[in-house]
Design a protein around this ligand. Structure first.
Ligand SMILES: C[S@@+](CC[C@H](N)C(=O)[O-])C[C@H]1O[C@@H](n2cnc3c(N)ncnc32)[C@H](O)[C@@H]1O
Length: 355
């Protein structure tokens, strides 16, 4: 066993390890913690190594998973085990888990989202059941504990043993909320907005900010997957797109379809929500959203930014700066939360609002 204790583990979309590492490194510079990233392309995770356990703890306390764009989860590593015996993997894991001297609310055995690691799903499931039984027997589970244990299987012999506070980490295994496609929705894109609202807002915000009777504009709405999510919440939507909208949605009485250019359209009166899924240059979309928020045309916005082939992390920063600067010019504070969702591919989804 290699004792670690001074690194963090972030899960990300395979192929975006470099952006995830860049984002952690930017936080490292801000905190002057002296860390570095270890990553392998398409592995679906990044290990961020700090000089010592004190720095690792500080980093884990200061960098919130919720504030990261490219990480789906952020865990504090306790140990990495490279020689899990096939005959008794749990026997190898348990001493390290017991040595942590903590009780956990729950324990998850999971694997990164890579092609190779996904084949470990069955093993994760069966080991997880046995782990829970072992931990119960050892008195290591406690319903009130703020901590969750994570065992991340990289392959059948290698695991990170890690932990996270439940309130400061993603509440889904692997950082992936498993959403079922609603059969009545007109397109699979609907899952993107559903995941965005679930992961970028908390339960209180969803209740307060997504109320029946509110109004929304959906730019690039056809065929209506995003509009469907709003209509399902009894929100009135102006759907702007030259393409056709799903007839069922138009029959709902909640949708007005305008065949107009989403970059030129402006509502006559302010709306609660602007959502935008137009496939366009990210900085052009960011400028548009910044303008809507700055001019008070909407209170909340969710929008998709298609990432370029290169310098993807830099492009996200530029888009963020564009939106923040537009609001700063009017004396308002902008709130920006962005994530590369499980249902996003070469793109990220952003929630922004003016404060
Ligand atoms: C990815 S699709 C949107 C899917 C939609 N969000 C859904 O859930 O069904 C992108 C849409 O943006 C529209 N679009 C692209 N540029 C546009 C523009 N300038 N104005 C309006 N719509 C535009 C396209 O016609 C296309 O329907």
């Amino acid at each position: 066993m290699k004792a670690a204790g001074h690194s963090l583990l972030a899960y990300c979309r395979p192929g975006f390890e470099s952006e995830c590492a860049q984002e952690l490194a930017a936080n490292d510079r801000r905190l002057a913690s002296g860390g570095f990233a270890r990553s392998e392309r398409n592995s679906g995770f990044v290990e961020f190594v700090l000089p010592d356990p004190v720095q690792a703890q500080r980093f884990a306390e200061q960098v919130r998973w919720q504030d990261l764009t490219f990480a789906r989860q952020l865990l504090r590593v306790m140990a990495r085990i490279d020689d899990l015996p096939k005959s008794d993997r749990l026997g190898r894991l348990m001493p390290t888990i017991e040595a942590a001297g903590r009780r956990y609310r729950d324990a998850w055995i999971e694997s990164p989202d890579s092609d190779a690691a996904r084949e470990l799903a069955g093993l994760c499931r069966s080991l997880n059941n046995a782990l829970i039984s072992n931990m119960k027997r050892a008195g290591l589970l406690e319903a009130e504990s703020p901590w969750r244990l994570h065992v991340c299987l990289i392959d059948a012999q290698t695991a990170f043993i890690a932990e996270a506070r439940c309130d400061a980490s993603a509440e889904w295994r692997g950082g992936i909320p498993r959403l079922r496609f609603p059969s009545a929705a007109p397109s699979r894109s609907t899952l993107k907005l559903e995941e965005a609202l679930l992961t970028l807002l908390d339960a209180d915000e969803r209740e307060a900010w997504l109320k029946p009777g509110m109004s929304a504009v959906d730019l690039g709405a056809s065929p209506g997957g995003w509009t469907w999510q709003l209509v399902r919440r009894s929100i009135h939507v102006t759907a702007v797109d030259n393409g056709p909208m799903d007839p069922g949605l138009l029959d709902s009485g909640f949708v007005t379809h305008l065949r107009e250019d989403g970059f030129r359209y402006r509502p006559a009166t302010p709306v609660d929500w602007l959502v935008c899924d137009m496939v366009e240059q990210p900085r052009r979309v960011a400028a548009l959203i910044g303008e809507w928020l700055a001019e008070g045309r909407c209170r909340f916005a969710v929008f998709n930014l298609k990432l370029p082939m290169k310098k993807r992390y830099d492009e996200v920063q530029l888009c963020r700066d564009t939106v923040l600067a537009a609001l700063a010019a009017t004396g308002r504070v902008a709130h920006w939360r962005a994530r590369q969702l499980y249902h996003d591919r070469e793109e990220i989804t952003v929630f922004a609002r003016s404060g």
